[in-house]
Design a protein around this ligand. Structure first.
Ligand SMILES: [Zn+2]
Length: 84
């Protein structure tokens, strides 16, 4: 497994700066049961727990940490208020 997760509060703090700057981020986490990498569908939102689409297990993201993916080129859509 090469995916890395970071402390929840650190990730949220860092991602918030991108969001404030007009970028779009999607939270990512690793399923504690099957280890599959999950990406949240909802942009700019950080969940405390996440359900795995592969095995259905719920992961405690606050305890286990997470990461995020930065969506490039979406900044102007956010400023226009049309988050998809
Ligand atoms: Zn799973």
């Amino acid at each position: 497994m090469t995916a890395k997760d970071f402390p929840f509060t650190e990730v949220v703090e860092q991602a918030s700066k991108y969001i404030e700057a007009g970028h779009v981020v999607h939270q990512k986490f690793t399923c504690h049961r099957c280890g599959s990498r999950q990406t949240m569908d909802v942009p700019n939102k950080f969940f405390l727990a996440g359900k795995c689409e592969e095995c259905g297990a719920v992961t405690d993201i606050v305890r286990r940490g997470c990461n995020y993916v930065l969506v490039a080129g979406a900044a102007k859509d956010v400023f226009a208020g049309s988050i998809q």
